[in-house]
Design a protein around this ligand. Structure first.
Ligand code: FAD
Length: 435
């Protein structure tokens, strides 16, 4: 039987190792910690949570809850260990971070088919391999990945604007138009009066910013400028930048608003929109509070908050298949945050898919693509079909699922229907693949 190499024992690599071993295939798992650490890890444990101890929502009323339930049903070591080490956290699944990663370390290390090698890998190995070295991949391997992928590369800086679920935008307040009506009308425009702009401005400049880590400071301003930093340069600065109203007259009144905030389509099915020019370092709660002051976004669901931090990820729409295989080399898989999925659970879920598929390859079985109706499949579909030009990492969210055959206006009922369809679809897939 062939052995599968897995590089990185983080959230994705640990899950991948578990899935491969559970399928009866031997694994060689390479992890550089504790010999060499990253800028954010503190221990030598597998699946260390580098920041929050929350794995976010646990109910089927939110997409990451659906994702977790699918993973539970596929015997995920990350989710079952989280369940076993949970701490009270309302509707969220939060864990005792040390017990959680110690338990995963123990389960993976003690698996008879797993051999752990404490070593930094600097070249991409031959043979069936999963690379899951995360957003803080060590420099030599990052270079090797960049060389392998060519110009489509590996980014080193994540400056992303918030992404909104279109179904939660008040379409009576916004209008579809491109500046000067050039080309197809492509943007949703949120018009502001002078009074609305001033109120928004005052809250934006006073909003609380997330603290910067030491290693983030050096890169911070090289990318694009956070909207709150631009705002602080002067009350009118944004009016000559992202909030410029020229050429965006409101078709209802024929008049030019005092300011306009534009939303740009973010996925092929137009269920998600990002706020143009709004890369930000504001705390997530502050983003929700301040950006909901934008006309039309009063009830908006932010499915992915704006972030600015070092984050190496690939241009997956150009480079990966839905099985998490490289398009350039069939027996090479990538998993985790570096593929452009965002978050602990999403990273583990991609490791689960890569692990199942790498094991199937070792056993000379057909590889699996999870249906887009499942949360797992919707993520794999998104990262391989989003626009390669503006690709940014993505959390699990209901906007990634295909539309339901019927229109359900009530949000709670709509999400419930999507969740039920996801789990039915997963069960059917499990039967099909005999998992
Ligand atoms: P990791 O968990 O980082 O695992 C990668 C592993 O590979 C590490 O163990 C590393 O030591 C190892 N490795 C790296 N290079 C090599 C090499 N060359 N050879 C061998 N081993 C190597 N997500 C959330 O959901 N909530 C948060 O609060 C959150 N906070 C974050 C804070 C920061 C500063 C960062 C950078 C990211 C954060 N994320 C958060 C995003 C993401 O969920 C985590 O980064 C998550 O750990 C990604 O999982 P992963 O398996 O892809 O990578």
């Amino acid at each position: 039987m062939k052995t599968v190499n897995i590089i990185g024992a983080g959230l994705a690599g640990s899950e991948a190792a578990w899935q491969v071993a559970q399928a009866g295939v031997p694994v060689r798992l390479f992890e550089m910690r504790p010999k060499k650490s990253t800028e954010a890890h503190h221990t030598g444990n597998f699946a260390e949570l580098v920041c929050s101890n929350s794995l976010r929502g646990n109910s089927l009323a939110n997409a990451v809850g659906v994702l977790k339930e699918e993973m539970r049903r596929l015997n995920s070591v990350v989710i079952t260990s989280a369940d076993d080490t949970a701490v009270p956290a309302g509707g969220a699944l939060a864990v005792d971070r040390d017990s959680f990663s110690e338990l995963i370390t123990k389960r993976v290390k003690e698996h008879p088919l797993v051999t752990v090698v404490e070593e930094e890998i600097t070249e991409i190995p031959e043979g069936i391999t999963i690379i899951a070295t995360g957003p803080l991949t060590s420099a030599p391997l990052a270079q090797a990945i960049k060389d392998f992928n060519g110009s489509e590369g590996f980014y080193f800086y994540d400056a992303a604007a918030p992404i909104i679920d279109k179904a939660t935008i008040d379409m009576d307040k916004v209008y579809l138009k491109s500046r000067y009506d050039k080309g197809e009308a492509a943007y949703l425009n949120c018009p502001m009066t002078e009074e609305e702009f001033n109120a928004f401005y005052d809250e934006l400049v006073a909003a609380e910013v997330a603290p910067l880590k030491e290693f983030e400071k050096e890169k911070f301003f090289e990318g694009c400028m956070p909207i709150e930093v631009m705002a602080k340069r002067g009350r009118k600065t944004m009016l000559f930048g992202p909030l410029k109203p020229v050429g965006l007259e409101d078709p209802k009144t024929g008049k030019r608003p005092y300011a306009v905030i534009q939303l740009r389509q973010d996925n092929a099915v137009a269920s998600l929109y990002n706020i143009v020019g709004f890369q930000t370092h504001l705390k997530w709660g502050e983003q929700k509070r301040v950006f909901r002051m934008i006309p039309g976004l009063e009830k908006a669901d932010i499915v992915r908050y704006g972030v600015m931090h070092r984050n190496s990820f690939m241009n997956s729409p150009e480079l990966l298949q839905q099985t998490y295989q490289s398009r350039l080399r069939d027996d090479l898989f990538f998993a985790g945050q570096m593929t452009g999925v965002e978050g602990y659970v999403e990273s583990a879920a991609s490791g689960l898919v890569a692990g199942i598929n790498a094991a199937r390859m070792a056993k000379e079985e057909e590889l699996i693509t999870f249906p887009q109706e499942t949360a797992i499949g919707s993520m794999a579909y998104y990262i391989t079909h989003a626009s390669g030009k503006h690709f940014q990492p993505m959390n699990a969210n209901f906007g990634l699922f295909p539309e339901l055959p019927e229109r359900i206006r009530d949000k709670k009922s709509r999400y419930e229907a999507i969740a039920n369809r996801a789990l039915e679809s997963l069960e059917a897939k499990k039967v099909e693949i005999n998992h």
